[in-house]
Design a protein around this ligand. Structure first.
Ligand SMILES: NC(=O)c1ccc[n+]([C@@H]2O[C@H](COP(=O)([O-])OP(=O)(O)OC[C@H]3O[C@@H](n4cnc5c(N)ncnc54)[C@H](OP(=O)(O)O)[C@@H]3O)[C@@H](O)[C@H]2O)c1
Length: 304
């Protein structure tokens, strides 16, 4: 029987692609989901129920499982950041981390590795040439605080639990089925490149395929442990990123349309900060750990 990888939030944009990648690599995938009524299209993908509010789970999920990837949490950009939504974004992640911890500490299982998602929202804005490294303290804003609580939710998994823990701080994930890319498809279809503010802010990003490859790499490399930024090497302006997305997705652009910051603030509220802020984040640590990107720069992106 093949080894299984457990993915929480495996039904989401990242998890879905990761699932297909791991299946191709010969694993089975066990998806922990709040809703298990999903159709099983592949005999190597199984759904198991968990309830992060009640802190309960189906312990059959551990059968043949060697690693767990914790991606679950209420979507950061799905809704306006009201007080309630912000609470949901944080609490859903902390509850998922707490339940993963409970599972790993309580059960008899064969799990050797925990891959815990986090985000570069951890860091303060950075438009300087000095790239931010993993050892910086979290930014004192909503996302910085949220990422800190999220990472801390799996604090009890450490050397003494005999489980190797890898925290990956994802940059903006390029995947045409959701998130950042999908949100810009409508203007691109209208042949318009939306520029957030002046479009010069720096974007630290990662191709979905490299996320999949990096997670598999971290599962298989015993010396990889601790916190890593999951971002590609070339940090680019938002202006250049949107032009690249248009080219790769085959949309001809007629014009660029700057969307003033004040307008974004009115429409999106506090979330607009994330579109306007510069992120210059280093990937030196994961490169030093031996990981090689398939898509290190914009030029290398030929498909999404
Ligand atoms: N996409 C990006 O650019 C990006 C960048 C940085 C970090 N991240 C982080 O990486 C993770 C995966 O990203 P993604 O884009 O795949 O996210 P996604 O599409 O929103 O999927 C997240 C999954 O989490 C589960 N979930 C949603 N709300 C929940 C709640 N209230 N309580 C518990 N579980 C809940 C859902 O699974 P079920 O419905 O099956 O339970 C959902 O499929 C997320 O935590 C995200 O914040 C993403």
């Amino acid at each position: 029987m093949e080894k299984a990888i457990i993915i929480t939030g495996g039904t989401g944009m990242v998890g879905n692609s990761l699932t297909n990648y791991l299946i191709e690599k010969g694993y089975s995938v066990h998806i922990l989901s709040r809703n298990t009524k999903k159709k099983e299209v592949n005999s190597r993908i199984k759904y198991f129920k968990w309830d992060t509010d009640q802190q309960t789970y189906d312990d059959n999920v551990f059968s043949n499982a060697v690693a767990i990837v914790n991606l679950a949490g209420a979507g950061i950009a799905d809704k306006r950041w009201t007080k309630n939504r912000k609470q949901e974004i944080v609490e859903s992640r902390v509850a998922a981390g707490n339940l993963v911890t409970k599972m790993l500490l309580n059960e008899t299982h064969q799990i050797k590795t925990l891959i815990q998602a986090s985000a570069i929202g951890w860091y303060a804005p950075n438009a300087s040439l000095n790239q931010y490294q993993e050892d910086l303290a979290p930014n004192n804003d909503f996302l910085g605080t949220a990422c800190n609580a999220w990472e801390n939710s799996v604090n009890q998994i450490n050397e003494s639990s005999n489980i190797r823990k890898v925290i990956l701080r994802f940059g903006i994930v390029l995947n045409k089925n959701g998130g950042y890319v999908k949100a810009q498809i409508l203007p691109l279809k209208l042949k318009v490149a939306p520029l957030f503010g002046n479009g010069n802010q720096l974007v630290s990003w990662i191709h979905q395929q490299d996320i999949n490859r990096m997670i598999a790499y971290c599962i298989n490399q015993n010396e990889v442990s601790g916190i890593y930024n999951a971002v590609s090497t070339e940090v680019v302006s938002q202006k250049n990123m949107i032009k690249k997305l248009a080219t790769v997705l085959n949309y001809k652009l007629w014009l660029s349309m700057p969307i003033p910051s004040f307008f974004l603030k009115i429409v999106l509220g506090e979330m607009s900060i994330e579109l306007l802020k510069s992120s210059n984040i280093s990937n030196k640590k994961i490169l030093d750990a031996g990981f090689e990107f398939s898509y290190p720069d914009l030029v290398s992106i030929n498909k999404l």
